[in-house]
Design a protein around this ligand. Sequence first.
Ligand code: DGP
Length: 144
Amino acid sequence: MGLDGRYDEGNIFARILRGELPAARVFEDEHALAILDVFPQSRGHTLVLPRQPARNLLDIEPEALGALIQRVQRVARAVRDALQPDGLTISQFNGAAGGQSVFHLHFHVIPRWEGRPLGGHGQGGMAGPDELAQLADAIRARMG
Ligand code: DGP
């Protein structure tokens, strides 16, 4: 999938947004949904998605992007408060050649700890649902 093309309503995040597939939800409002990544690169790896259908950063309306990045900051603060990481990596990929694998725009919020290398993007194992549910509760409690 390149940078151009049509938005696929059947992509996995569109299905999660419609409630057709489960996810460990940490935050939602009219603009965005935040869920835990099931293939986390670190403990508490969270994804923030706009409700508006957009394949990547180039597609989204600027106003919706503004609302989205504000939610990214709120989620990042809650992740910090819940997990007390030493740092946070925020990343976002565009097009398959850019490292994107799910073609609904999303930001990664990845907690980092000194001395713990980042797991490979899209190379880690799957997290268990109980662990994700516990982490989601902890982050959601700090969303304010
Ligand atoms: P990207 O490569 O930036 O498109 O990242 C997609 C991320 O989505 C990747 O880190 C793994 C994660 N992911 C893939 N499938 C699912 C899923 O069904 N549920 C959740 N919560 N995350 C998923």
